[in-house]
Design a protein around this ligand. Sequence first.
Ligand SMILES: [Zn+2]
Length: 425
Amino acid sequence: MAHHAIHPVAGPRQASALVALACAWPVAFAQTPAGEPADAVAKLVNQLDLEKYKATIKGLTQFGDRRQGTERNRKALDWIEAQLKSYGCANTERLQFQFTEPVKRTPAAPQPARAGGPAGQGGSTLFGKRAATGVNTDPMAQPDERLRALNAEPTPEGTSLRENVYCTKVGSTRPDEMYIVGAHFDGIGWGEAANDDGSGTALVMELARIFSLPGVQTERSIRFALWNNEETGLHGASAYVAQRKGLQGIESPKGSGKYPEPKWLGMIQHDMMLFDHGMPVPKLNADGKPVLDAKGQTVYAPPDEQRAEADVNIEYQATSRHADAAAKLAWAFRAANDKYATHYPAAVGFHMTNTDSTPFMDEVPAISVRENERGMQIGAGWSPHWHQPTDLYSSYSDKDFLLGLNAAQTTLAALAQLTGAKVKH
Ligand SMILES: [Zn+2]
C-alpha cells in the first residue's frame, strides 16, 4: 500500500522568500488589502475575478444541461478544451471510455434512523428540517421553450464512446508528482446545470487559466480534469482511475523527463459551489401564509438569499483507505481558506460522497469541495435547484457566485502552497 505524504505548506517566512517582483502583473495585485507586499500565493489568488468566473459559468450554460451522450455534451467538451488551450494549459488530452445506457444501479440498502434524524448518504445524519429532492426528467417542467428544445436530444441507448478532457501544468522540479483537480461537466434536469456542475467546472477552468499565466511556476505538476458521466454514477472518473492508476510515475519515453501519468499526491473534486442559503424553512406564499402540499403539510424550502454564515464545505471520507492523509489535506485547505479567502470561511467534514473523488479515495488522499455538505445538507434539500429545470445562470445572485469564487480562492491557495508555486516577472 502506497503512502502519500502531504507536503508541508509554505509558512509565512518561506512564502515571502518566494516573492518576486511583479513586473508583468497589474500593480494592484502586488499588494494585499492591508498594504503588505503580496506573497506568491496571494498574487495568484488575486488573479481570480468574480466577473471572469461568472462568464465561464455563463459560457458553459450555452450547452443547456450537457447531458452525457448527447451532441450538446460533446459541444461543451469541445468548448472546454478550446478554452484550456487558449489559456496556454499544455498537453490538453482526452480520455475515452465506453458507456452503456441504461445504467444498472443497485439501490443502497436503507440505513436505520439515527437519534437526530434519518441516515443520509456518506455516513451522515439528516438533522433538522428537510425539503424535497429529486431529479427532473419532465421536459414540460422547463417553461423556457428555447431550453426545452436545446435539451431535447436524449442519451442514446446501448454502448457508445464517452470522453473526459484534461490539461496539465508540468512541475519544474517534480514533474513526476501531481495533484488532480476535478469537476464534472455533464449535467441533468432540463435546465442549464449552472450550479451542478457549471460552477465547479468553471472553477477548475479558472485555476487552469491562472496556473498557465506567464511567469507562474510550480515544483509539482497539477492536472485539471473535467469529467463526463458523473451523473450516471461517476463513470468518467472511474474510467480514468481504471485506465491510468497503473501508469503512475512511469517516465515515458525513458530518459525523456516526461511523465504521462505523474504519481498521484491528492485528488480534489468540485461539485456545486454556489448555494448555501441554510436549512429549509416554511415556504410562504405572496400573502405571507405557509404553502401547503396536497396532504395539507407545510412545504419547506431554503431561504431566497445567500446567508452571511455561508461556508465552503471541504469533505473527506472517514471510511476511505487514505482517510488520515485525506483529513490532513482537508485541513490544509481550511488553513488556506483562513489566510486567503475574502468573504466566506471553510468547514471540514468527514462524509465525502456522491462525486468524482469517490473512485480515487482508496488510491490517493481525496477530498471534495462544495457549497454544502453533500450528505446532511444537500441530501436534506438545502440546494433547491439541484437537478431541476431552475438550475439556470439567472437563478443565482452575485452573493451566490461569490461563494463559488471563495471556493476557488481556497483551492487555488492550497494548491499553490502544496505544489510550491512561484511567480516570476
Ligand atoms: Zn454534481
